[in-house]
Design a protein around this ligand. Structure first.
Ligand code: ADP
Length: 221
């Protein structure tokens, strides 16, 4: 099963992807995480990506597709995976279709208001090592300032500043939001109230996913 998460920055894609990984074992393929890793490692792709990301713009399609294809080739994707942050443009959705990947596809659109996004991202802290996500009010780490998973000191992402968030939201509305209509027309889109608390969002996604996985299993018999 290919699970695609659509939604604005701060809509909870990373949180949902992590919950699905832990509940079903589907790996989380986050193009944002892959890009930040390339930036940290100063690979040629990372050097190109860093300036775009710092401005809240999208990284070019060819660069992102190259990273994604490399990740998809790993064995852990065979049983299904969650795409967090890809596709983000109509052209990327075309590229994804052109890969001709096997298996059914399900799409969740996490719908959030811009005011909720601004509040969440201003309070977001992340682990620069394992990309775990925290919130200064709703999801504090157990020990002050350190990641629960790996102990690394948490940071505020350099694109989580008010100016860059505003640009990312503009980019989202112009380039990514049109994908919602595309998947709605395809018939595999589920709209989720992303303004709700994380637990409620995860429960709703799992309820729909369980039904789809059950259908798939019955069809396979
Ligand atoms: P968010 O969804 O909160 O903006 P991400 O971690 O998914 O955060 O992405 C951070 C940045 O990485 C984006 O602003 C963009 O510059 C880049 N990026 C991530 N995914 C893509 C993609 N599919 N295509 C182009 N750029 C991307």
């Amino acid at each position: 099963m290919r699970i695609i998460l659509l939604g604005a920055p701060g809509s909870g894609k990373g949180t949902v992807a992590e919950a699905l990984r832990s509940a079903y074992g589907f790996p989380k393929l986050s193009t944002g995480d892959l890009l930040r890793e390339a930036v940290r490692e100063k690979t040629p792709l990372g050097l190109v990506a860093a300036s775009q990301m710092g401005k809240g713009a999208l990284v070019d399609d060819a660069t992102v597709l190259a990273l994604l294809r490399e990740r998809l080739a790993k064995g852990d994707c065979r049983g299904g995976y969650v795409l967090d942050g890809y596709p983000r443009t109509i052209a990327q959705a075309d590229s994804l279709d052109a890969l001709g990947l096997p298996g059914p596809e399900i799409v969740f659109d996490l719908r959030v208001s811009d005011t909720v996004v601004l509040e969440r991202l201003a309070n977001r802290r992340t682990c620069p090592r394992c990309e775990a996500i925290y919130h200064l009010v709703n999801k504090l780490p157990k020990s002050a300032g350190g990641c629960d998973v790996c102990g690394t000191a948490l940071v505020q992402r350099n694109d989580d500043t008010p100016e860059v968030i505003t640009e990312r939201l503009k980019t989202y509305h112009a380039k990514t939001e049109p994908l919602v209509a595309r998947y709605a027309a395809k018939g595999n889109l589920h709209r989720i109230d992303g303004d709700a608390a994380a637990g409620a969002v995860i429960r709703e996604v799992r309820r729909i996913l369980d039904a789809a996985l059950g259908q798939e299993a019955r069809a396979g018999k």
